[in-house]
Design a protein around this ligand. Structure first.
Ligand SMILES: Cc1ncc(COP(=O)(O)O)c(C=O)c1O
Length: 406
C-alpha cells in the first residue's frame, strides 16, 4: 500500500465565535509599524522577493500562486533574522537603558559598544535561528553560544561559526537543547534568545514573533490590492505561523485568508493535538527524524499553540517526500516561471499545495479548504538550500524525473 504523504485536519473552531481569545496584542497595527520601522534601520534590510508562479497556478488549476522567497533575507538564507534582530535589539536596548524608538544605528555609540562586548547571547536551534542570533551578536559586538540537537549537519554549524558563534551539539533532540540552553543562560548570566515560550519566559519569544510580522507586511504590500485567499506556512514550534495568523486576525478579522499550518510528519505535534480535540498539547518525543530540520520540534511554543488552535484553519502533517517534491518543482519550473532555490522547510508548502491539487487522495481536503480556480495562494518559502549536499542530491539527481513529472 502506498504511504500516505499528507494528513490534513480542518479546524472546526477557526471561524466560529468563541469566548476563547488568546492575546494577540503583539500583532496590533502599531506594533507592525514599530517593527517595520526598526527593520528599516538595519543596514542590510531589503524586502525579500515575492514571486508569481503563474504557470504553476495554471498547471494546478488555481487562480494565482505567489511565493515569498526568504532565502534572500539578510544574506542568512532563511527568515529567522527578522525575529532574532528585533528580539535581540529590543532586549539589549532595554538592558542598556537606551531610549525608544529602537534604531540599529544607536548600537554603534561607544558607550553602548563597550557594554555589548561583555554580553553573551545563548539560544537553542535546529540551525537557522542559531545562525540569525550569531549574526546579530556579530553585528553588535557581543558573544553568542548556540546549542543544537544531536545529528546537526556540519553546514549548519559552519553557518553559525561564520559569525563567531560558539556551537555545542548536545546528545538529545531540539526540545532537550532548549531546556539545556535555558539552564546555561541562567547559570552564566547570559541572555536567552529563544523562540519557544513557557511559563515565566514569554517576553523574548513575543519579540521574536513580532519580528516575523514584517514578512507578511512586506508580502501584502508587494501584492498591492490583491488579498490572498490562502496562506501555506511551515511550522516547527509555531512562532512563525502564529505570528502570521495573529497578523491576519488583527488586520482582516473575519475576512482573513485561510491559513494552513504545515508540519513534518515526524514532528507533527500540532496536527496530533488538534486531531485529538485541540484541548491539550500532545508532544512528539524521540529523535524527530525528518529532512525538514527546522520543523523537527516536538513541542509547541505556548502562545503559538493558543493562537493556532483557536484561529488556524487547517493543520497538515507532511512526509519528507512532499518537501523534496516541492524543492524539485521550484528548481525546475514551467517557463517562464523563474526557478527558486528552496530548502526542505521552504519547499514543503509548495509540495503540499501540488499534492492537494493533484492527488486523488487529497480530494476531500481540497474541497474543505475551497481550493480551486478562484484561489489566490501565498506560499511561504522560509529557507534556501541550508543543507547544500542534500539540496544537490534531491534536486539535481532527479532533474529528468522532475521535468518529466510536471
Ligand atoms: C527554515 C525554517 N522554516 C520554518 C521554521 C519553523 O518556524 P517555527 O519554529 O517558528 O514554527 C523554521 C524553524 O527553525 C525554519 O528554520
Amino acid at each position: 500500500m502506498a504511504a500516505i504523504l499528507l494528513n490534513l485536519f480542518c479546524n472546526p473552531r477557526a471561524r466560529q465565535p468563541s469566548p476563547e481569545a488568546p492575546d494577540i496584542a503583539f500583532a496590533a497595527p502599531e506594533a507592525q509599524e514599530r517593527v517595520r520601522r526598526f527593520h528599516h534601520t538595519l543596514p542590510t534590510y531589503q524586502p525579500t522577493p515575492l514571486v508569481a508562479l503563474d504557470q504553476l497556478a495554471r498547471a494546478l488549476g488555481v487562480g494565482r500562486i505567489w511565493i515569498k522567497d526568504e532565502s534572500k533575507r539578510f544574506g542568512l538564507n532563511a527568515f529567522k533574522g527578522l525575529g532574532a534582530s528585533y528580539a535581540v535589539c529590543f532586549t539589549l536596548a532595554d538592558h542598556l537603558d537606551m531610549p525608544p524608538p529602537l534604531n540599529f544605528a544607536d548600537f554603534s555609540q561607544p558607550r553602548v559598544r563597550k557594554a555589548l562586548a561583555r554580553l553573551t547571547l545563548v539560544t537553542a536551534s535546529d540551525g537557522n535561528h542559531g545562525a540569525a542570533v550569531a549574526w546579530m551578536a556579530a553585528q553588535l559586538g557581543c558573544h553568542s553560544k548556540v546549542l543544537l540537537p544531536h545529528g546537526t549537519i556540519a553546514a549548519r554549524l559552519d553557518a553559525i561559526r561564520a559569525f563567531g558563534g560558539e556551537t555545542i551539539v548536545i546528545d538529545g533532540n531540539y526540545d532537550d537543547a532548549v531546556r539545556r540552553a535555558a539552564r546555561q543562560a541562567d547559570d552564566q548570566g547570559a541572555f536567552l534568545i529563544q523562540d519557544t515560550a513557557w511559563e515565566g519566559y514569554e517576553a523574548i519569544p513575543e519579540r521574536i514573533m513580532q519580528g516575523y510580522l514584517t514578512l507578511l507586511d512586506e508580502a501584502l504590500a508587494q501584492m498591492g490590492d490583491t488579498l490572498p485567499t490562502h496562506l501555506f506556512v511551515p511550522c516547527g514550534v509555531g512562532a512563525l505561523a502564529a505570528s502570521l495568523q495573529a497578523y491576519l486576525v488583527k488586520r482582516f478579522a473575519d475576512q482573513r485568508p485561510l491559513l494552513v499550518v504545515i508540519e513534518a510528519a515526524a514532528a507533527d505535534c500540532y496536527y496530533r493535538s488538534m486531531r485529538a480535540g485541540g484541548w491539550e498539547v500532545i508532544p512528539v518525543k524521540g529523535a524527530l527524524e525528518t529532512r525538514m530540520a527546522g520543523l523537527a520540534c516536538g513541542e509547541p511554543t505556548r502562545p503559538g499553540w493558543e493562537i493556532l488552535r483557536r484561529y488556524a484553519d487547517a493543520f497538515a502533517s507532511a512526509r519528507d517526500d512532499l518537501a523534496e517534491a516541492g524543492m524539485r518543482r521550484l528548481a525546475f519550473p514551467h517557463p517562464p516561471d523563474p526557478p527558486i532555490e528552496a530548502g526542505e522547510c521552504g519547499a514543503v508548502s509548495t509540495g503540499c499545495l501540488c499534492h492537494m491539487m493533484q492527488s486523488e487522495t487529497a480530494q476531500d481536503g481540497r474541497k474543505q479548504l475551497g481550493l480551486g480556480p478562484e484561489s489566490r495562494i501565498l506560499l511561504i518559502s522560509t529557507e534556501g538550500a541550508t543543507d547544500p549536499d542534500a539540496y544537490r542530491r534531491t534536486v539535481h539527481r532527479f532533474k529528468d524525473d522532475a521535468s518529466a513529472g510536471r
